[in-house]
Design a protein around this ligand. Structure first.
Ligand SMILES: [Zn+2]
Length: 280
């Protein structure tokens, strides 16, 4: 009973922290319009721009999605035309909801030892934003994915060396988890690169660039989580594609973005532990 009340209180606190973050992060979504490069066109994808006037809204280069425009986070006004960029409702709601789930699981964490709250919340923030952008315009923008690597590695390093919280038995640095996380990062990036190399039409290059980040997180609890996460990704995206085809909403050539399924599987593994452990 005490655990339940504590979990509910932590869910409310984490969800509350997620509200302003989700609102600010939701403004990133309209900055990325649809971009369909011609085959063979390797030009750089368009930078984040105002959806009203097309002026560029530059980001701090080493932080994913943090605008360099003063006040953009707070009021969402474009520096050129002063119109408001309205936040995506899916991100504005999605971030507090996944933060609340993470808060409810802080005590009853299935993955021991903990990867650390900062690393966990960072994945959830970036994951919700990328899921919504990929589902909307089939892109995983470099300006969000690439700077997430150094940030995530630093936060996972912090999780490795940070002292255990008071409610947990004191342990030394989680070296074993750090090692499997780094192997997971390299292994999943290599696996997606191989799939892309064999059949480039099957997935986007953006999926390959995202894979290492998710492998880092899924590998923290052991390499089994990386395998389960990849399996879950393809199982769910295939089931989704077959459902769309059965409903007559998609043909065999319809491109279904893989990013939301990759991120969803990573959320499951990181929040609830390796799903294969539940099998008899
Ligand atoms: Zn503008």
């Amino acid at each position: 009973m005490v655990d339940f009340v504590l979990a509910a209180v932590l869910a409310l606190i984490f969800g509350g922290v997620g509200v302003p973050i989700g609102r600010a992060a939701g403004r990133l979504v309209p900055l990325f319009p649809r971009h369909d490069p011609d085959p063979g066109d390797d030009g750089p994808p368009p930078p984040p721009t105002c959806p009203h006037c097309g002026a560029e809204i530059p980001f701090v280069s080493w932080l994913p999605g943090l605008s360099r425009v003063p006040g953009f986070w707070k009021h969402g006004r474009c520096p050129a035309c002063a119109q408001e960029v309205r936040p995506s409702a899916a991100v504005a709601w999605g971030v507090p909801i996944v933060f609340a789930v993470a808060g409810a699981l802080v005590i009853a964490r299935p993955v021991e030892p903990d990867i650390g709250v900062p690393a966990l919340l960072f994945l959830l923030y970036v994951g919700v934003v990328l899921t919504v952008i990929d589902a909307r315009v089939q892109r995983l923008p470099n300006v969000l994915v690439l700077p997430s690597y150094p940030v995530a590695v630093l936060l996972v390093l912090y999780g490795t060396f940070a002292p255990a919280p008071a409610y947990e038995p004191a342990t030394g640095p989680a070296y074993a988890n750090l090692v499997t996380a780094l192997i997971g990062m390299a292994a999943l990036a290599a696996f997606y690169w191989l799939l892309w190399f064999i059949y480039p039409a099957g997935m986007g290059w953006g999926d390959v660039k995202l894979a290492g980040l998710l492998g880092l997180y899924m590998g923290w609890g052991g390499l089994g989580g990386v395998v389960s996460g990849a399996f879950l990704t393809f199982l769910c995206s295939a089931a989704f594609g077959l459902t769309l085809m059965a409903l007559g909403r998609a043909g065999r050539k319809t491109q279904i973005p893989l990013g939301p399924f990759m991120i969803g599987a990573a959320f499951v593994v990181v929040l609830f532990g390796d799903p294969a452990a539940l099998l008899p």
